[in-house]
Design a protein around this ligand. Sequence first.
Ligand code: CA
Length: 227
Amino acid sequence: MNVLIIEDEKALADELEIFLTNYNYICEICYTGTTGSEKIAVNLYDFILIDLGLPDYDGLDLLKEAKKNNPEAICIILTARAEVYDRIKGLDLGADDYLAKPFSLLELQSRMQAITRRRFGLNQNLIDLSGFLINLTERTITYYNTEINTITKKEFDLIAYLILHKNRTLTRSQLSEHIWGSIINDDYDSNYIDAHIKNIRKKLNAHAPPDWLETVRGLGYKIKINS
Ligand code: CA
């Protein structure tokens, strides 16, 4: 999942990037509200972290832009302790959560996970796909107690992202932007997505055919979950 971090305190922004990258998020940093606004206008993110105290931009305006241009993004505002009024206003404007500085990075990460689960209606981190047990927290896949340890990080990210958007077709461009953080203009550039899917299928097929992982002709990919 990709994250846009808009924070003028360079040390904090960098710390957030290192921390979240470690948790397999793809991060982009903006040290100013203006560049943040530009990014929000052209890219689509899964998460947008907005510092409300930016010297060059009203953080609440950025939040409004985020809600308008990235309606599916999870927006978390970062505030100073004193900015109670802005915090409430931010929640009114549709922020999904807020963290008052200084906050613990682990708390941020666990809140990001909790909001993701809520947003996508997952009440647990264990997903059973016809015998394949996907553990979203531990990032493991097992088939009847046999761990499939050949799945790479990116392959797991692909599976997890499709699970979150279950029963919905995601295009190669969407997968590329949210999992690799790179925008592609046409599907000719995105053969690597097909290659990854092919590898995933091959690795899973050694155990059982992953019929739930569907290719939607001319569009992209989808994971089918009945429930
Ligand atoms: Ca600030």
